[in-house]
Design a protein around this ligand. Structure first.
Ligand code: FMN
Length: 298
């Protein structure tokens, strides 16, 4: 068991979060993550409009909400009025600090490695997490590029109170996407992502495929959003998960694909991460320390 300020804040067993994932963060995945002792979030983007969704969250007694994007104030104010814990996900220290001022309870901070929107600063987690930990007072969850026990220990060492994982949870037995896409994630290595919408300053890290490569090439030639709109249509991306054809449209995945080699259940995944993290701390690190102590004593 690893107890942190975050596990205390939200009352979960393990310092592991499954962040919002459009089309993927549905009840079956979130329930499996929760039953594994971690914190899972159902994704609102699967079912807008926001204000009504927010009201439904409050009325149904949900206790913890993840927000993202640059204008969370109206959500934060409303959720805090009802005693709901708000975890705000962002990609820069300045946005983390402004969310802290707005009254959120924890920050999930996404490094450049992450799937989805990494922002425009291109700061990898190895820098972003400790810089944020130095400046933000509320608990920080490290996000982007995490998939195993080594990552969890590294995040804790950098000053975070836990990890958030998207791509890794997407590739589990309970994840509601086609088996062939899970197998594609396992087959992919860390180079199989692409950054689309760079030229529009709305960068998104997605799985590299025929469509993403075409979009990036068109952007290089100066294409506008209108010109790539059909290629990047959400309906096409959704079809990827339904049909298992990885080239059908744009779908999100991070560089952590290079660390994903299997399709476990969420329970297997979470317990493996915790077991490995504890072994690193108790055996590997403690072994290094006691080896050094022995040498000093000799
Ligand atoms: C398939 C997929 C869909 C995602 N959709 C959203 C989304 O709708 N909103 C959001 O804030 N983040 C979204 N993300 C980002 C994740 O919440 C998380 O921040 C990210 O996956 C962390 O990086 P990782 O994939 O390296 O773990 C998505 C990620 C994936 C893999």
């Amino acid at each position: 068991m690893i107890k942190t300020r975050f596990t205390e804040l939200v009352g979960v067993e393990h310092p592991i979060v499954q962040g919002g994932m459009q089309w993927v963060g549905r009840a079956e995945l979130v329930a499996a993550v929760a039953n594994a002792g971690a914190l899972g979030f159902i994704t609102a983007l699967t079912q807008p409009p926001y204000a009504e969704y927010r009201q439904a969250i409050i009325e149904s007694g949900i206790k913890i909400v993840e927000t993202a994007g640059n204008k969370p104030q109206e959500h934060v104010t409303e959720f805090k009025k009802h005693g709901i814990v708000v975890v705000h996900k962002c990609t820069s220290v300045r946005h983390a600090l402004s969310a802290e001022r707005m009254g959120v309870d924890a920050i999930s901070i996404d490094g450049f490695e992450c799937a989805g929107h990494p922002g425009e600063d291109d700061t990898p987690g190895l820098i972003l997490i400790p810089v944020a930990a130095d400046k933000v007072k509320i608990p920080i969850i490290a996000s982007g590029g995490f998939g195993d026990g080594r990552g969890l220990v590294a995040a804790l060492a950098l000053g975070a109170e836990g990890i958030n994982m998207g791509t890794r949870f997407m590739c589990t037995k309970e994840s509601p996407i086609h088996q062939l896409i899970k197998e594609k994630i396992v087959a992919n290595d860390e180079r199989e992502t692409e950054l689309i919408f760079r030229t529009m300053r709305n960068t998104s890290r997605v799985a590299k495929n025929a469509v993403s490569t075409q979009v990036v090439a068109m952007e290089r030639e100066g294409a506008t959003f209108e010109q790539v709109r059909d290629l990047v249509a959400g309906a096409r991306g959704k079809m990827v998960y339904a049909t298992g054809d990885a080239d059908e449209g744009i779908w999100s995945a991070g560089q952590v694909q290079g660390l994903i080699h299997d399709i476990p259940t969420c329970a297997e995944l979470v317990s493996r991460i915790m077991r490995d993290a504890e072994a690193i701390i108790q055996s590997r690190f403690e072994g290094m320390m006691s080896g050094a102590r022995r040498q000093a004593a000799e």
